[in-house]
Ligand binder design. Sequence first.
Ligand code: ZN
Ligand code: ZN
Length: 243
Amino acid sequence: MTDDIPTQITLYPPTEHIECTQWGRLAPTLYHAGLIWHNYEQIVYNTDKPELRIWCIFTDRNAFENWRSNSFVKKHCSDILSSAIDIAVTVTPMEKHENVCRCINSAGLILRGHGFGNKKASVYCGDCSGYYPGYRVKELFGDLSTQAEVWSLISGHVYDIWMLTGELEEWAVNELSEPSSDLNKSGLQYASQLGKLIKKTVWYYLFTPDEDTTENCPICKSVCNKSKWDGPKFLCKRCKIVY
Ligand SMILES: [Zn+2]
Ligand SMILES: [Zn+2]
């Protein structure tokens, strides 16, 4: 079950050179507004007149139907909104996201970085473990959500470095798994700041290699309870982490 809406958007720019123009900015703006998922493609075709095609995946029907009235999109892409736009829902998504959170009021949340095959969401519900679409995260956390999103993206890049390079592999795995690494220190800090803002617990998802995962918390070493969520095996109430 997915709420994804894979979509092809066609724009008609005056020239095929869209770099550094507003035309090339619609897709990234939709992503920054939390309306589409991270993976999108855009290509300019120049047959009779230039056409810019964007393939993207809207997070849900609400995002798909209301993206034109999103204040961030209106601010950054006003010229595009008043130009011709063709929208077609497609049937071949590049990726699929399942299990959106439908809870009205989650008792707690989980912050986790990209990578490790997660669904590219950064905030998950502590009750149902479903993801929050990006725009819902922005409504909840305002400007702080942008900083947490940047942190989450960096985490995904570090994960890719671990997977794709030999040279920096050790550095990358240390950043991901060592609680005192720069990456984890920032992640823990964001989880705590987000929690203070909404006056709820925001658990931090700390990556621990399987062979190192025991009931002893990797930070405070106290004995932890089993986690009820998919993925992390334990949770430490003292450190507010799941791992
Ligand atoms: Zn939920
Ligand atoms: Zn602990």
